[in-house]
Write a protein that binds this ligand. Structure first.
Ligand code: ZN
Ligand code: ZN
Length: 234
């Protein structure tokens, strides 16, 4: 299972092929550029023996994920079109809130998130363990998203939109993002076991992320700053 196709999907694609993986499910939170621009650089889509299922829950009824990825892969912005890809790719648009099953009986629950052009949260459950991927989303100050608390309840891992912090958030109301402090509050209210502080502000330097790590773990031992290439055992 892959969440979104930002720049990280490029090294992931090379790794999947080197490990001989032949199928994957790509679960899209939404189609903003930072979540889809890696797709044309995902090497498995150029392999005829690779099976990819792409799921997206925020585009209907105006658009489909196939249409959006196709627009991205069209000359003159990209020389290879979606129709020229060799992999067997299946595109599914659904309405956030629907529940379905992927892969080896992995249960997928979804929920709509407040974000410009909308976004979808995912909760994946397999053999009694749950991961929640919750980005991009904006919270309201002092008004916790109780639907989301219910959605992420008791999860083993919450991956949450922590673009801002409580200090600079008021200057970014309406931008569709949240803070690491709100992530901690949600994780604690919902009794989740760990919080991955994710969707870093692109202008954050490594030293700033180290600083967030220090502050967050002081506030709650379950919180950590997500890093490129990180692996976790649940
Ligand atoms: Zn977005
Ligand atoms: Zn984003």
């Amino acid at each position: 299972m892959i969440f979104d196709s930002g720049t990280g999907i490029r090294p992931l694609g090379d790794w999947l092929l080197s490990e001989n993986y032949r199928q994957a499910d790509l679960l899209c939170s939404h189609a903003h550029l930072d979540h889809i621009l890696g797709f044309p650089f995902f090497a498995p889509v150029y392999q005829d023996n690779f099976f990819l299922k792409v799921h997206c829950g925020n585009l209907l009824p105006e658009h489909t994920i196939r249409e959006i990825l196709s627009a991205q892969m069209s000359p003159p912005t990209f020389p290879i079109t979606l129709n020229q890809l060799k992999a067997n790719i299946n595109f599914t648009d659904f309405q956030a809130g629907q529940e379905f099953v992927i892969g080896d009986n992995i249960n997928v629950k979804t929920q709509a998130l407040p974000h410009p052009d909308r976004a979808t949260a995912y909760r994946l459950t397999f053999r009694g363990r749950s991961i929640c991927y919750v980005t991009d989303t904006e919270h309201k100050i002092n008004d916790m998203n109780l639907n989301l608390v219910e959605f992420i309840h008791d999860a083993d891992l919450l991956i949450y939109d922590c673009t801002y912090n409580d200090e600079n958030f008021p200057a970014h109301i309406g931008w569709g993002h949240s803070t690491w402090q709100e992530g901690v509050r949600l994780a604690q209210a919902a009794n989740t076991k760990q919080l991955a502080i994710y969707h870093h502000d692109p202008s954050s330097k490594d030293s700033m992320l180290d600083d967030i790590q220090k502050q967050a773990s002081k506030q709650w031992s379950g919180a950590f700053v997500a890093r490129e290439g990180q692996s976790l055992k649940l």
